[in-house]
Design a protein around this ligand. Sequence first.
Ligand code: COA
Length: 315
Amino acid sequence: MVGFGGYLPNRIVTNDELAARLDTSDDWIRARTGITQRHIAGPNDNAVSMATAAASRALDYAGVPAAAVDAIIVATSTPDQAFPATAVRVQAELGLRGGFGFDIAAACSGFVYALSTADALIRSGQAGRVLVIGSEVYSRILDWSDRGTCVLFGDGAGAVLLTAAEGEGPEGILSTHLHSDGSTGDLLYVDGAIGLRESSGFLRMRGRDVFRHAVAKLSASVDEVLAANGLTYADVSWLVPHQANLRIIEGVARKLELPQERVVITVDRHANTSAASIPLAMNEAVRDGRIRKGDLVLMEALGGGLTWGSALARL
Ligand code: COA
C-alpha cells in the first residue's frame, strides 16, 4: 500500500443541527454511537467527483502518475449511474486511457472486498498498480425523517494505491477473508434501486439486530485473519476498523486487548461513510504519522447483505 488519499465534503452537519429538526439529541447520538458530526455532500459532490479527488491525492502521495495505473476498483453503494461504473468514470477523470475499472457493491464491507480483489489481481499478474477507492453519498439514500438511521451516516471518499512488490518482501496484504449471508438481507438494505419501479430508495435498518451481528461476526473475523497468518493479538500494531459505531469498534478492540491509542477512530467526526470509512481512516493515520512503515494493520468491516470480512497488511 503505497498511496493514501481522502476527500470529505466541506459542509459539516453537527448533532445539534439534526436535533433542531428531528426528535433526537446530541447526547443520545454521542452516547449510542460516538458520532458528533458528519460531512454532507454539496450540490457538486458525487461518487465520481469524490472518488477522483481521493484517488488524485493517493497518486500524489505515492508520486505515481495516473498513467501508470493498471486498474481502478471503486467500492460504492451510491453510484451516480447504474452504468458506466463509477471506476470507469474516474478513469476518464484521471485522464487514463489504458487499463480497466469496475465497481464493487458490498455496502460497508466494500473496501475490504475491493482490497481483496485488487490483491488477487496483483498476485495473478493481471495488474501491477491498482487504485482501490471507497466513495459514498449516503446522504442521498437516507430518509431524513427517520431518526434511527439518518443520524448515523456521512459522505466522503478514500483511496489507497496498491503496487506489486518486487519479490517476496515482508510488506503488503498478508491475507483477506470475505463472507456474506444473504438470508440476513432484511436487517440493513436500501429499499429499491434503478431496477425496481415501486420503491422509496431509502436505507432501512434494524439497528439492534445489526449491532448484535456486528459484534459477533467482526470478533470471529479478526480471529480468522490472525489465525490464517499464525499471528496473535499482540502482533497487531493498529486496528483500522470500518467506522459504524464507537461501541462496536471498542468491543472488537477489547477482544484484541488493544489499547484505544492503537485504534484509528474517525467515526466521531465522519460518522459512517460506508465503503469510504477504512481508506479515510488509513489516510488520516498514515499522513499524521501514527501508522508507519513496518506496522501490522488489521482492517475489518460489516455491512448490508450482510457482508463482512477482514484484511491484514504490513505497511
Ligand atoms: N435519537 C433519539 N432516540 C432514538 C434515536 C435517535 N436518533 N434513534 C432511535 N431512538 C430511540 C428508539 O426509537 C427507541 O425508542 P423506544 O425505546 O421509545 O422505542 C430507543 O431509542 C432505543 O432504540 P434502539 O434502536 O433499541 O437503540 P439502540 O441502543 O440499539 O441504538 C443504534 C440504536 C442504531 C445506535 C444501534 O442499534 C446501532 O448502532 N446499531 C448498529 C447500526 C450500524 O452500525 N449500522 C451500520 C452497520 S454498517
